[in-house]
Design a binder for this molecule. Structure first.
Ligand SMILES: Nc1nc2c(c(=O)[nH]1)N[C@H]1C(S)=C(S)[C@@H](COP(=O)(O)OP(=O)(O)OC[C@H]3O[C@@H](n4cnc5c(N)ncnc54)[C@H](O)[C@@H]3O)O[C@H]1N2
Ligand code: MOO
Length: 398
């Protein structure tokens, strides 16, 4: 058995580069850019009005006494027109190109109309209500560096520079595998000795949240068929996430099956709870990584967050957020294991405070719905109320 930190470091040593692919703008959410995105024109591309009103020549307006004759109208989407007489004005709509020879926009609320004239009844500042060309970004500037994660705000930028197809980092092909004779399908009625499988659904949901589509499988606890099925998957997938069958039981066939298939074991069993019997390895021939999580639902769920997410982030060149929270009460870890305790997180006076949620253990999957994450507690320590501890979030906090 190895300490948790050592296990995590080992997993992170196995980050991979899965290459690059092109996706459409609509499929790019959550992906990681594999090319820098440049401004293809100035932002904004022309001096644009920020108000509905009139465009004037500031100097000419002051000479025009009080009445500004309307020369025409500038609509958003129409090409630029020219203010021909300095003492006249052009009606202008928000988003329209500022007419040539005008330099100031006055909003309708500060004007009074009579026939074909406007009278200004509020002090005007030269240059007001204009969003100047290139004031946000100049043509050629890098808007998004390669390696940026594409969220909704990046999508808007990609759209405005005309990127209908984008080079992104390829994601690993992932197979999610449940093992166990006791497991039945969700739509089946379990017999007294059976349970419905849930881990593959949790794992698939977690992957979907990360923008990864996966395929799920269920294999029985039978050494021969496990070997055949897993061999097939090693050739099809970059990563296998398994749950169950890795502990000491008479039917926990996975470790020996991996050995028979030539999967190199990096480690088996970690000084942590939950998730202790975690098995991690690599099939060098097919370059497939195996995350074989212990079957208890909380163990699978915790280990996905603790190991797989940092691995994926590093693989994609993203940093993993380091979040710390204050303990709301003192907590003692009397074990020689790193403990991951489920907590509810609240913001109190601007501080994240974590309260331990009592659950019945690593089989308590309902308990997972009540927590926002796990706090990481080092072995054999008592941590006083108010101590800052690392948090592995499992839900969006706040
Ligand atoms: N003698 C020992 N026994 C156990 C040890 C140990 O060190 N020595 N470790 C315990 C710990 S800790 C854990 S965690 C479990 C992990 O065991 P396995 O990975 O072999 O998992 P299974 O025995 O197959 O299943 C455990 C539990 O989880 C349920 N399960 C499994 N898969 C699913 C699924 N897809 N959906 C829902 N539930 C699932 C399964 O029915 C079992 O109840 O071992 C301890 N034992
Ligand atoms: O380590 Mo096991 O994951 O506690 O139940």
């Amino acid at each position: 058995m190895i300490p948790f930190e050592e296990a995590l470091n080992h997993v992170l040593e196995y980050c991979q580069d899965y290459g690059v692919e092109q996706v459409g703008l609509g499929e790019s959410l959550n992906r990681v850019l594999a090319e820098p995105i440049e401004a293809d024109r100035d932002f904004p591309p022309f001096d644009r009005s920020t108000k509905d009103g009139i465009a004037v020549n500031f100097k000419g307006m002051q000479l025009a006494e009080s009445h500004l004759k309307i020369q025409g109208i500038a609509q958003a989407g129409s090409s630029q027109i020219t203010l021909k007489d300095d003492a006249h004005c052009i009606e202008i709509m928000t988003g329209a190109v500022l007419p040539e020879n005008s330099d100031t926009v006055i909003m309708y609320e500060h004007l009074e109309r009579s026939n074909d004239n406007f009278k200004v009844h509020k002090a005007v500042k030269k240059g007001q209500n204009i969003h100047s060309q290139a004031s946000d970004v100049a043509k050629g500037e890098i808007l998004l560096p390669s390696g940026t994660r594409i969220t909704a705000s990046e999508i808007g930028v990609l759209a405005s520079v005309g990127k209908s197809n984008i080079q992104v980092k390829k994601l690993p092909e992932i197979g999610v595998v449940a093992t166990g004779n006791e497991l039945v399908e969700v739509n089946e009625k379990p017999l007294a000795h059976q349970i419905r499988k849930s881990n593959t659904y949790s794992l698939t949901g977690l992957l979907t949240d990360l923008g990864i589509l996966s395929e799920s499988y269920h294999f029985k606890d039978d050494a021969e068929s496990l070997k055949i099925e897993l061999e097939g998957l090693l050739h099809k997938k970059d990563v296998l996430l398994l749950s169950g069958g890795v502990s000491k039981g008479k039917f926990d066939f996975l470790p020996e099956t991996f050995a028979k298939l030539g999967v190199e074991k990096v480690f088996h069993k970690v000084l942590q709870r939950p998730g202790k019997p975690f098995w991690f390895g690599k099939h060098v021939k097919t370059n497939t990584l195996i995350f074989s999580f212990p079957g208890n639902p909380v163990s699978t769920f915790a280990n996905f967050h603790v190991y797989f997410i940092p691995w994926l982030n590093k693989t994609l060149g993203l940093s993993s957020a380091r979040i710390t929270v204050f303990l709301k009460e003192s907590v003692e870890n009397t074990t020689g294991l790193t403990l991951f305790k489920g907590v509810r997180v609240q913001v109190i006076n601007g501080q994240f405070e974590a309260e331990v949620v009592q659950t019945t253990g690593s089989g308590d999957l309902v308990g997972l719905t009540k927590i926002d994450g796990f706090v990481q507690l080092p072995s054999n320590t008592k941590l006083e109320k108010g101590t800052l501890v690392p948090l592995v979030p499992t839900k969006t906090i706040v």
